[in-house]
Design a binder for this molecule. Structure first.
Ligand SMILES: C[S@@+](CC[C@H](N)C(=O)[O-])C[C@H]1O[C@@H](n2cnc3c(N)ncnc32)[C@H](O)[C@@H]1O
Length: 227
């Protein structure tokens, strides 16, 4: 059957899932577009395909994308990779922009790192975050910042700060490391404990975008850990 009414329950579900509270309540999220659906590593709960099981204009109307997608899949949050230790972790403190959270997940994936999210971070399953993660959401283990091992135990926890830290290249980053990254506006408050702070030397701007800083930090970490 082809869906031809905007009041259809399956379309209503997709519309609801644009809101974080519904995603959290139902434990579901939406992947828009063929690339994101192809990257999924789980079976969708719903799969709507324009011209096949839903009218193309109706599918476009429930999409959040600039270009109407041909497919929209609904997936279970619990099907995302479970928390799993990785040698490097990006610990995000109140990073509120979903585009940044998605780019950080993609960056972590590129270097085999995990991502920890604090309370107040953007939802990694928000449509904008998923687009920015470009499928990496299915490969990166996500954990809760507040559940990480406390600073001062085994793993080196490095705060990344725009200025005032040790120049990143001078730090020895052998072995396991957690990089703490701060909010777009407020940065990293003192209450976030870490062993020491590092800065990427820059000139000409006050700071880097948080995902740009993470990419440089992970590059330096991987460079030092290559043999
Ligand atoms: C846009 S910056 C925050 C700017 C904020 N006004 C501050 O002073 O911290 C967002 C995050 O990116 C990271 N960051 C930005 N520039 C950096 C740099 N040059 N070196 C290390 N980390 C940096 C830090 O983790 C920072 O909290």
């Amino acid at each position: 059957v082809v869906i031809t009414s905007p009041d259809n329950a399956r379309l209503k579900l997709v519309r609801k899932l644009h809101e974080r509270r519904w995603r959290e309540k139902l434990g579901l999220f939406v992947c828009e577009g063929e690339d994101l659906v192809a990257a999924a590593r789980a079976e969708p709960v719903e799969l709507l395909v324009a011209g096949e099981n839903v009218d193309a204009a109706l599918l476009a109307a429930v999409s959040s994308a600039a270009h109407p997608p041909r497919v929209i899949g609904v997936y279970r949050r619990q099907d995302l990779p479970p928390p799993e230790p990785r040698a490097a972790c990006l610990a995000l403190w109140q990073v509120v922009d979903p585009g940044n959270v998605g780019t950080l997940i993609r960056t972590a994936d590129a270097f085999g790192a995990a991502v920890a999210l604090s309370r107040g971070c953007a939802d990694p399953t928000a449509p904008k975050a998923l687009r920015a993660s470009a499928g990496s959401i299915w490969r990166v283990p996500l954990t809760v910042f507040e559940a990480l091992e406390p600073a001062g135990t085994g793993v080196a926890r490095i705060g990344l700060v725009p200025s005032g830290g040790v120049p990143l290249g001078e730090l020895e980053l052998r072995g396991e490391v957690v990089f703490c990254l701060g909010a777009e506006r407020g940065g990293l408050p003192d209450e976030v404990e870490r062993r020491r702070d590092a800065s990427i030397p820059i000139r000409g701007a006050e700071s880097l975008n948080v995902a740009a800083a993470a990419a440089i930090a992970l590059y330096e970490w991987s460079r030092q850990n290559l043999r």
